[in-house]
Ligand binder design. Sequence first.
Ligand code: M6R
Length: 610
Amino acid sequence: MCGIIGYIGKQPATPIIMDGLKRMEYRGYDSAGLAIIQSDSIACHKKEGKLGNLQAELAKYDLVGSVGIGHTRWATHGKPSDVNAHPHNDCREEIYLIHNGIIENYHDIKTALSAKGHTFYSATDTEVLVHLIEEHHKTLPFEEAFITALNEVVGTYGVVAISSKEPNKMMAARLGSPMILGIIGDGEYIVASDVAAIMKHTREVVYLNDGEVCVLTEGGYEIKDLKAQAVQHTIQQVDWDFTQAQKQGYPHFMLKEIHEQPDVLMNALRGRVKQEEGLAHMRGFLEQAERLQDTKRVIIVAMGTALYAGQVGEYMIEEYAGIPVEVESAAEFRYRKPVIDEHTTVIAISQSGETADLIAAVKESKLKGALVLGLVNVVGSTIAREVHAGAYCHAGPEIGVASTKAFMAQLTMLALVTLHLGRQRGMSVVMGQRIAKELLAMPEKIKQIFAQEKAIAKLAKEYSQYHDFFFLGRKYNYAIAYEGALKLKEVSYLHAEGYGAGDLKHGPIALIDEQFPSVVIVPQDSVYEKVLSNLQEIKARSGRVLAIATEGDTHVADIADDVIYIPKTLEMLTPLLAVVPLQLFAYYVADTLGRDIDQPRNLAKSVTVE
Ligand code: M6R
């Protein structure tokens, strides 16, 4: 979602800010802007659309100044436009501010400020915050005005503000939206909502916590709480390899990330899986080992693709560890009254670690006494820091908006959690060894699927003529059907529905005709015959079928119109293979249709608002 960057130092601010915005482009946005402090005023430029539009606008000006802020906006309140883009300013054009999050009481504040003579120019909730600071700045210094205003807003924010009246100061704060301080050197700092914008300049960072304010001047930085009391923080080193955040010859990040999956899987296993002992060593869980051993029930919470990984995890954990598992969308979980006690373990799964609904679910679970574990990709993210214990997915930076390699890492982590919990309970050493052995064989098996890539691309081209699709699967591949459909709709904008293959005849089958194809996941597992019957039902109604089947299964080839093969593996691990052709299929359909694959319309990489 929105990307935020602020720079204060001695170098020209504009190129640093534009470079930072470029590095956050992958998050998804619809407009961009920046504001730079000039000698006694602030120059601000904003443009709807991609960063290139802003860059072209900036070429007309000679922007000097070494203090500035920049923003990429993903519209919530007010449509994408130049005027609604950030930064926003007060009536006197003295204060400029960028904001990520939602000011929920913006309407009340706007009404009160309008009565005091403030005039508003945009449809955003953000604009009220800058006027509120302005109102307090009439009687208070900038820093106090900023903190006072934040105490009056309800909602979430990652916010950075500058004032031409105090040109050597920058204020930043967070509440429910990420904000990271990068320390470049004495008196030279970057604040940003994403480490990707900071990495080029420094690896020394401070992660602000909710309710904290950062005061930056050329003389140093201070972190305070919302009562203006000083807060101590330790500086951390970020060790992500951001060379990975380059396309490295691939036309899109999505394709590159699909191809990285054998390595991603290995990275998740490294140091954790012990084949001879049939064990998974989860060092990140050690501090909570006793409580985990004592767990009577697991609830997995996540959103989107991570939720589908959780559904696969549910089947794995119940079958092999014998613990009851529920999986729930964090957006639902946070607003109902889930029954949780100290014997419940909540597992939060997230690529970004910044998903707003999931953060709320984690906090609620902690409050109710559950043990909360995280399976998170982004190191140092809010969820990674909020949970009692956790294990990083080690997928590396995922740039494509459509999650692929992070999903593979999540499935792998869930298989490891299953092995860990299972071996603590009834799972035999032999079974543990089989799972471990098969997990270690997975990278090579994924590579075998890549050998069919040309054929998959050809099929995708043919299928791109259709407008509607079913994705069907059962048992372990039930959730993979949903994930396959999600991938296709995200990047191709075609209509795709995931369904349990057994659910089809309870209504959806009415839609099947020769113009409505189905992608059916039918590996040779315990429900093979059942799915085969479901496939026959589609064929009997003239529906075209693309089957994802086990290598050597000639029977499926006789019934389905087209087949993509995956290698044989343990039933619980078939999702790790079945998802790969679906990712490639979605990619090549979208490519055929000329879509903006890495930044699909309307989508954001990290959903930091409700
Ligand atoms: O960062 P998270 O894993 O918490 O994100 C959850 C979803 O927003 C995410 O998986 C989304 O569904 C992706 N666009 C799927 O490709």
